[in-house]
Design a protein around this ligand. Structure first.
Ligand SMILES: *Cc1c(COP(=O)(O)O)cnc(C)c1O
Length: 382
């Protein structure tokens, strides 16, 4: 039987239209965008077209505010280190549920002498603008709050935090890697200074990302060398990747509302179906303010890793709330920040849908999952 892929928060399939847009740029039109000849200028035009596609989807004031990188992780690193290093010292505010690309970058800066405040979140995984306001100090240089969480799907009040930061003259970065292509993003109305996104989370290719840098915002560059990306990010451009990212962002933006409606309906079918079939299940993350495609649940008395392996054997690809490192289960920092016990965090299962997910697949999971949970509970009860 065809496998059911419900791990779209980890990565997505490149959509056929994206692949088609990318193909000519590998072996037919392979010019270096820095070259002055026809082939080079063609590559340059393709990159500038992608820049316009991203600027359009984010409502950036100008395409020149979009910079291409090699990943969402690089964009997060660039935004945070670049802002910090250009100022030399100061205070950074972020949250306990950020991706490691933000948290580990902040920890690294703390070792270099910057000070960092990590805001706690509520039981749904939310922070408020009031919390950010309380944490602001005269030396605060940057606030970094993700738009949507990759594990539990919780959305943050990005517009309110953006307005606060703009009013206080503090830079605001948002990791929108999960949010881009899933919920509306408008860098102008949300008053965002720096925004990270990544190709492979929205049916684009792996190994390409982008950072929006609002005009006038000064950050240091991290990759030195050639004059690519207006001299701010050296390295010969990944033309097929950038073309694919542009196409993926454009397609996602064009069908944002319809996609969200479809995902929300399928998500609720899955959540409600599981609730009806499995006792002692908890939904992690905010019940409504969550990514349309995210389901994260914990089953008391079940280890997520064991559940994953059984699901995999049954043809379902999912993700757990813990990572098995050197024989011990490391509970997810996100689930712990939501106040789950270690046992609850270790029993978490993340199922993330995509536009390719069908109702039949959801119903199939509703048949497959409950007996596996019951079986694992019997085993641990013995
Ligand atoms: C996947 C992800 C990243 C990292 O993006 P890569 O392109 O895989 O490096 C950063 N932040 C969030 C929220 C993510 O989900």
């Amino acid at each position: 039987m065809r496998r059911i892929y419900l791990d779209n928060a980890a990565t997505t399939a490149v959509s056929p239209a994206v692949l088609e847009a990318m193909l000519p740029w590998f072996a037919e039109a392979y010019g270096n965008a820095s070259s002055v000849h026809t082939e080079g200028r063609e590559a340059k035009r393709a990159i500038e077209n992608a820049r316009r596609q991203l600027a359009g989807a984010l409502n950036a004031a100008a395409p020149q505010e979009i910079y291409f990188t090699a990943s969402g992780s690089e964009s997060d690193n660039w935004a945070i280190k670049g802002a910090a290093l250009s100022r030399g010292s100061g205070h950074i505010i972020t949250t306990a549920i950020e991706h490691h690309a933000v948290l580990h970058t902040s920890a690294w800066l703390e070792k270099k002498g910057f000070s960092v405040t990590i805001l706690p979140v509520d039981a749904w995984g939310r922070v408020t603008a009031a919390q950010v306001e309380k944490a602001l100090r005269p030396d605060t240089i940057l606030v970094s709050v993700m738009a949507a969480n990759n594990e539990v799907g919780t959305l943050q009040p990005i517009g309110e935090i953006g307005a606060l930061c703009r009013a206080r003259g503090v830079l605001f970065h948002t990791d929108a890697v999960q949010a881009a292509g899933a919920i509306p993003l408008d860098v102008q109305t949300m008053q965002i200074d720096l925004l990270s996104l990544s190709g492979h989370k929205l049916h684009g290719p792996k190994g390409v990302g982008a950072l929006y840098i609002r005009k006038g915002v000064k950050i240091d560059s991290l990759v030195h060398g050639g004059a690519q990306e207006r001299g701010f990010r050296a390295g010969t451009e990944n033309v097929p990747g950038i073309v694919g990212l542009g196409k993926a962002v454009e397609l996602a933006h064009a069908s944002l509302d319809a996609h969200a409606a479809k995902m929300t309906a399928l998500r609720q079918r899955l959540i409600e179906g599981l609730q009806a079939r499995i006792p002692n299940m908890r939904l992690n993350g905010h019940p409504e303010e969550r990514l349309p495609n995210n389901v994260n649940v914990s089953f008391a008395g079940v280890e997520g890793e064991a559940l994953l392996l059984r699901l995999d054997l049954a043809g379902v690809a999912a993700s757990a709330g813990s990572a098995c490192t050197s024989g011990t289960l490391d509970p997810s920092h996100v689930l712990m920040a939501l106040g789950l016990t270690e046992a609850e965090a270790n029993g978490a299962l993340r199922l993330t849908l995509s536009s390719e997910t069908t109702e039949e697949e959801i119903d199939r999971v509703l048949e497959i999952l409950p007996p596996i949970v019951a079986d694992l509970r019997r085993m641990t009860a013995r």
